[in-house]
Design a protein around this ligand. Structure first.
Ligand SMILES: Cc1ncc(C[n+]2csc(CCOP(=O)(O)OP(=O)(O)O)c2C)c(N)n1
Ligand SMILES: [Mg+2]
Length: 302
């Protein structure tokens, strides 16, 4: 869709499905999710519609009016800026004495941002009900993890902020779910934040606008396909005699149908009127913008 001009771009989550679903499935409805742009699986689990995700990447802000819980935050495209927001959310939950938890998701690259350190520090000081989830997919666009940090793990960064951190196999949905359940329950009990480093691999390009073969080898990517989370879950379930080829085919057909229907709904959505770009920016639109808005709306008498 991107290559045919029907989508601006798209952040591919291939290889990271277990992180998204393991985390989101451990949350309660009234917990608050602060996702990054790549956490599509978490959004879908929270009830966001496929066509809303398409609308967002099609450049239409209405895509951010998620069908998921209204208190969840939209995709965060600025790297790491959702972390201070998460600290603020968790601080509010604590002040209001609400038994709710904020869950903040970001990438390995984001852990180099001051925003993330500041949020972690604040969360540690105030023992906030906040779970940080760093999806370590080994790459930040073309920057490999070894150029991102001199630290042996990302998880150990939590120690400096005064709370616990752990590395979890981010390609194992059962392990992710277990770690998330424990961290969220601990935070809900008032015992403070926790940091989960989900160790995984970005099997796809950074986005549909990227060509990762320019900076990493096909062999490296190929080697990581053996950890691919959906294949791992499938082989586990087949081994437990809980999943068959027929189940797989039925599910694939259903997914295909749902995606096609969502694409159709997205493509049929009439574009927003140009003047709406000024909406929701200010309580009272400054006159300079108000004039431009009127002009675009064809309300200008000039
Ligand atoms: C503040 C900011 N700086 C730079 C960018 C450009 N940018 C987009 S994604 C990205 C890399 C982020 O890597 P990581 O945090 O590992 O997340 P991943 O893309 O691997 O999910 C960068 C530098 C941005 N979106 N925001
Ligand atoms: Mg990354």
């Amino acid at each position: 869709m991107h290559r045919t001009g029907r989508l601006g771009t798209y952040a591919i989550s291939l290889g990271q499905e277990a992180v998204s679903v393991g985390i989101a499935s451990a949350m309660r409805e009234d917990d608050v999710l602060l996702p990054s742009y790549r956490d599509n699986g978490a959004l879908l689990w929270r009830g966001v519609a496929l066509e809303e995700i398409l609308l967002f990447w099609g450049g239409d802000e209405r895509g951010n009016q998620f069908s998921g819980p209204v208190h969840d935050f939209p995709f965060c495209v600025p790297v790491g800026s959702q972390a201070p927001h998460a600290a603020g959310v968790a601080y509010a939950l604590k002040l209001r004495k609400e038994p709710r938890v904020a869950v903040c998701m970001f990438g390995d690259g984001a852990t180099s941002k001051g925003d993330v350190y500041e949020a972690m520090n604040f969360a540690g000081v105030h023992k906030l009900p906040l779970v940080f989830v760093a999806t370590n997919n080994q790459w930040a666009i073309s920057v490999p993890l070894r150029l991102q940090t001199g630290s042996e793990t990302l998880a150990q960064k939590a120690i400096g902020a005064g709370f616990s951190g752990e590395q979890v196999d981010g390609s194992d949905v059962v392990a992710m779910r277990a770690a998330a359940e424990e961290a969220i329950a601990t935070a809900r009990d008032g015992k403070g934040p926790h940091f989960i480093e989900a160790v995984t691999y970005r099997l796809g390009d950074h986005t549909t606008s990227d060509d990762a073969l320019r900076y990493r080898s096909a062999e490296e990517v190929q080697a990581h396909w053996k950890e691919e989370p959906i294949a791992r879950l499938r082989s586990y379930l087949v081994g437990q005699k809980m999943w068959t080829k027929a189940d797989e085919e039925r599910l694939a057909a259903e997914c295909h149908e749902r995606i096609e229907a969502a694409v159709e709904r997205y493509l049929k959505t009439p574009p927003r009127r140009a003047e709406t770009m000024f909406d929701n920016l200010y309580a009272d639109l400054p006159e300079a913008y108000a004039a431009q808005r009127r002009e675009l709306a064809g309300e200008d008498d000039a």
